[in-house]
Design a protein around this ligand. Sequence first.
Ligand code: NAD
Length: 291
Amino acid sequence: MAAKLLDGKALAANLKEKIKNEIQGLKARYGAAPKLVSVQVGENPASEVYLKSQRKNAENLGVEYHLEKLDAAATQEVLIKTIDKLNKDKNVHGIMIQMPLPKQIDAKLISRYITPLKDVEAVHPQNMGEIVFGNAKILPCTASSCMELLNSIDGLKLYGKEAVVVGHSEIVGKPLALLLLDKFATTTVCHIATGERGRLQEFVKNAEILIVAVGKAGLIKGEWVKEGAIVIDVGINRVEGKLVGDVEFDKAKVRASYITPVPGGVGPLTVAMLMKNLVEAYKIQASLFKA
Ligand code: NAD
């Protein structure tokens, strides 16, 4: 069997078209476009691609976008003051902080200073906590991209399915596991210690839904993939100048029923999800603050 490709690019294009129309409607109703502010401390080549894509997507969708640049030596206090100013600015609807932050700044602490209403990456503990209760309106972008890919599969019911998430980071693995649980998938989370105990293969072999977010090329061997499994590869690795995921794509695709390519799977959806969150944040703020 050759797996069908889960085309993140096409899904993202579709979603963005809907977001664009919704933004036009919001502009007509409330008189202003949603505004997203990205805060960057110092320069980082890894962030540049993402920043470019944010700006381009904002332009295409009719979002007002501003990049607030702080000096690489900016203190934590200066960053907190900047966030506070943006929190109070009624014209700003979404705030995101570019990672990685320089050493003098504690990223986990900083996430607490963004008002949850404007936290379009869902990094604030309150937004994370809402996921536990199945109430979240704003979801971490990569985790929700994975759910969007699963939702795109015709007739797929997650109820009772064996789902395995490899990777337990705050931005991907942990929230994703909660989202899968919310759909009643029987969810197992594997991580570095699973790998170190040599148990990864055993868990992966049982996965009807396999989602991998580690950042190690070839970690998941193609022959481990269960016949007919759905495979979502979040990993991004550069190998000999080419981008590849964490799963051995060529070997996995002959066993899986659906698989994401890297690039072109999860990645393109992430920015679309960010914009979806911005629209959601705008709508919540508009309904709260309308005179
Ligand atoms: P992270 O470094 O925060 O977490 C990595 C996770 O992998 C940890 O839970 C760790 O325990 C686990 N791990 C490490 N080695 C392992 C092993 N041998 N066996 C099992 N588990 C192991 O990473 P992250 O920020 O969650 O990102 C993961 C990958 O996803 C990276 O390649 C990143 O570039 C990519 N990513 C892609 C997108 C996208 O939009 N496509 C977004 C975010 C992250």
